[in-house]
Ligand binder design. Structure first.
Ligand code: ADP
Ligand code: ZN
Ligand code: ZN
Length: 762
């Protein structure tokens, strides 16, 4: 009999599987196992079984342990990770282990939180509550509750009385009930479902279009301005999918409450946004089990939620980018909120884009995926509308264009909520007071007088971005990065926002000895201080990464804003998203001009999205909003489009520009990055890669090695080679060969290198 050989994925930086003997243990595909590796033990995942190995059988070692109490990973999930690892040129084993909750990477059985659930026996079903003595009040209630509810978990029993668990056990002893162990669902405070508003025409049309094709793959771009009711559309879709599935199960012979037959994955860009969306979903869909998956959960919470998803108990899974790899046996719909958000792209190890992986996953499962945004990524927009702006139809790529269904919500859902008025103030024509224009100051005073709230948006934390010597023009710079040190006046520190380096603010210029050192430019802290001086009665709060480092600080501040304990919020883009403040009627935008002239070709796309988003904070309820943008370039095309809140025409203009200069989405890019302490090594490595890549394909344009804008980061000297092609398979083929060659080279071990497919940052 041939010996079964297990093909095991391990968390090691080699793009291959490892062969082990089962050692008499019975294991399944997807099972977590412990294996000897070198001098240590490692966790691995069985991804295949074979009866032969390229190595001599005698050389193979048996696995040490199989965690057979745990549910194995399903093949669908394994295949999705495998596809992603190949696509993003990353070792499969590392990608797979990284996709698991931390607890499943540790050498220990992952014990899940189990609890007992109680059901009545036939005897209990027919029993008369009156038969139980009057004074056994709790026992009577539990029996009655079980007769209506069919099954109750321990947590649900707790809601009846503190002794209800004991009573349930007593019912088991009487032969009235039986119990079984189930995965503990989350303890959720009972909430009454909030009433659902009738949909407006645009919303109804969006829901109808998507539900019409709900059992087939289709990508939908739901383009709707802030407050147009996209979330309401998601909720209706979720209801449709989950109720559909529940009714099918209920007619089945044996209803099983652990499997409602449908799961929905909702991706959100940031953990900050999950609690709000979670609360809204719970309020509207209280009958379904919802779990969240994000990095601020504890390890055991994360494992527990993940297992609820994997077992099919959780029906709504709301998570950040990594949750795209969660095993979901009944996945029927994927929703991606704020699909343009760059946090969907992982910026280290496997540099995947959760939206792109979601599209692949949906296609493989033949289910719909809904991408929602007020300012879609140009890639998505292009896929939805093709190239409307384009006059020369000869180069129109039919395969790419019109791939997605486009659904537009053009009105705000609450009829009274008008769009804010947007004004640009030319900062070159007025006298600034500590960086603020008289117009903005007057607008702030007006809001204070009217007891309305204001938000000032500035994308720079700290006191000021530069410390300058007025005598010799010395500037405080980080020694480990190509960046300036930011002044944090409160702590009397200079800080590098790239590597975290920190030093005391010097008393005199290290270069010429002059004592006249000036904090130059504005950050959130300085703005906060300026406002306190200008508007002494105002209650001001600052929201940036420094002020909300504590876990609940943001929630606290937002609560204070809602309770009208704050008049002016000062903050970075953290404030731009999702928050709904009915009494906020003014948004001021301070100094975003550097993004208008950035060498990054995506900078204007990002700035437009950001400004549309902050502008969306103004006047969400029945009060009209105003947005004041301070800029030295008020006639810039970006501001013209913004004033009209016209994403479409701006997106079409940008697409036209991208096509002219052959940037994505018209071409496909990949970046080979390298860094080392010594730039000579980086050069040598990149030169090798460059020469190899050039010889591999004539369909791929390979650029000379260059240094990125940030030449040095955290003490490492950096460089990259850009590759681009108008045909994706040509690029993928080249990358596969190139990476194979690189891995065999000694020089590759002397640098840190990585491949970034569809890079967002350069
Ligand atoms: P978006 O997700 O596009 O920003 P939301 O779904 O949050 O928009 O809707 C904005 C506001 O309008 C919310 O307060 C929501 O409750 C409300 N709303 C949404 N749809 C409707 C509707 N059809 N009728 C009345 N109010 C609605
Ligand atoms: Zn000096
Ligand atoms: Zn630094």
């Amino acid at each position: 009999m041939p010996k079964p050989i297990l093909k095991i994925a391990l968390d090691v930086p080699l793009d291959r599987l490892f062969d082990y003997l089962s050692g008499g243990l019975i294991v399944q595909i997807g099972q977590r196992v412990l294996v000897p590796f070198g001098r240590r033990s490692q966790i691995g995942i069985v991804v295949g079984v074979a009866d032969s190995s390229e190595f001599a059988i005698e050389k193979l070692k048996p696995i040490t342990q199989a965690f057979t109490d745990e549910q194995p990973l399903d093949v669908q999930m394994l295949n999705l990770v495998k596809f992603s690892a190949d696509y993003y040129q990353y070792p499969f084993g590392q990608a797979l282990l990284a996709a698991l909750p931390a607890r499943l990477r540790q050498i220990a059985p992952a014990t899940s939180r189990k609890q007992y659930a109680y059901q009545l026996t036939d005897l209990g079903q027919q029993a008369d509550v009156e038969l139980i003595a009057k004074r056994q009040r709790v026992l009577r209630s539990v029996l009655a509750a079980l007769q209506t509810a069919k099954q109750l978990t321990e947590v649900e029993l707790d809601a009846i009385a503190s002794t209800a668990r004991k009573a349930a056990k007593a019912l088991v002893n009487l032969g009235y009930a039986k119990s079984e162990q189930v995965l503990a669902a989350q303890r959720v405070p009972a909430i009454l479902a909030t009433p659902e508003p009738p949909l407006n025409n645009e919303q109804a049309q969006a829901v109808a279009s998507i539900t019409k094709d709900i059992h087939a793959f289709k990508a939908w771009l739901l383009h709707g301005i802030t407050g147009s009711g996209k979330t309401e559309v998601y909720i209706r879709l979720m209801q449709h999918v989950l109720q559909d599935a529940t009714s099918q199960v209920n007619t089945a012979q044996k209803p099983n409450i652990q499997n409602h037959g449908a799961q929905i994955l909702v991706l959100v860009p940031e953990i900050n946004l999950t609690p709000q969306l979670e609360a809204r979903f719970r309020a509207r869909l209280p009958q379904f089990t919802l779990v969240s998956l994000h990095s601020s959960l504890s390890e055991s919470e994360r494992l527990h939620h993940w297992q609820l998803a994997q077992s099919g108990v959780a029906q709504i899974i709301i998570g950040t980018r990594l949750s795209i790899f969660t095993p979901l046996p009944h996945l029927k719909l994927i929703i991606i909120d704020e699909e343009h958000d760059s946090s969907y792209k992982q910026q280290d190890s496997m540099r995947y884009h959760a939206r792109d992986v979601a599209l692949v996953r949906a296609k493989r499962l033949n289910i719909p995926v809904v991408l929602g945004s007020a300012t879609p990524a140009l890639e998505s927009w292009y896929n939805a509308v093709g190239n409307q702006a384009q006059s020369d139809k000869a180069t129109f790529n039919q395969n790419q264009a019109n791939k997605y269904g486009l659904l537009s919500l053009k009105q705000r859902a609450v009829t009274a909520a008008q769009l804010p008025q947007i004004d640009c103030i030319d900062t070159t024509k007025v006298n600034l007071q500590q960086g603020l224009t008289p117009q903005l100051i007057a607008a702030l005073r007006l809001r204070l007088a009217r007891k309305e709230q204001s938000l000032l948006f500035i994308n720079r934390r700290g006191y000021s971005p530069v410390l300058l010597c007025s005598a010799c023009h010395w500037i405080a710079a980080c020694t480990r990065c190509s960046s300036k040190l930011v002044v944090h006046l409160g702590q009397r520190k200079l800080r590098c926002h790239h590597c975290g380096h920190e030093q005391k603010i010097p008393h005199q210029c290290p270069s010429c000895g002059d004592a006249d050192l000036h904090p130059t430019g504005h950050g959130t802290q300085r703005l906060e201080q300026t406002l306190a001086l200008l508007l002494p009665t105002a209650r001001i709060a600052r929201v940036d990464r420094d002020s909300i480092s504590r876990k609940h600080a943001l929630v606290d501040i937002l609560d204070r804003v809602h309770n009208q304990e704050i008049d002016i919020l000062v903050g970075t883009q953290m404030l731009a998203k999702g928050h709904d403040f009915p009494n906020l009627t003014l948004v001021g935008v301070i100094d975003t001009d550097s993004a208008l002239h950035s060498p990054d070709f995506r900078a204007s796309e990002r700035l437009f999205a950001q400004l549309m988003q902050v502008a969306g904070r103004a006047g969400r309820a029945d009060k009209a909003g105003q947005v004041i943008i301070q800029t030295a370039f008020p006639d810039h095309a970006l501001f013209n489009a913004l004033r009209r809140q016209d994403y479409e025409s701006y997106a079409n203009d940008l697409l036209q520009e991208r096509e002219q200069v052959q940037f994505p989405p018209y071409v496909f890019m990949a970046l080979l990055r390298a860094e080392a302490n010594d730039y000579a090594l980086v050069q040598q490595f990149l030169q090798f890669a460059f020469e190899q890549a050039r010889g591999l394909s004539n369909e791929v344009l390979v650029y000379d090695p260059v240094r990125p804008q940030m030449e040095r980061l955290k003490g490492m000297e950096r460089g990259h080679v850009l590759m681009q092609a108008s045909h994706r398979p040509a690029l993928q083929k080249l990358l596969k060969h190139l990476v194979g060659k690189i891995r065999t080279q000694a020089i590759a071990a002397k640098v840190r290198w990585s491949v970034d497919v569809n890079p967002l940052e350069f």
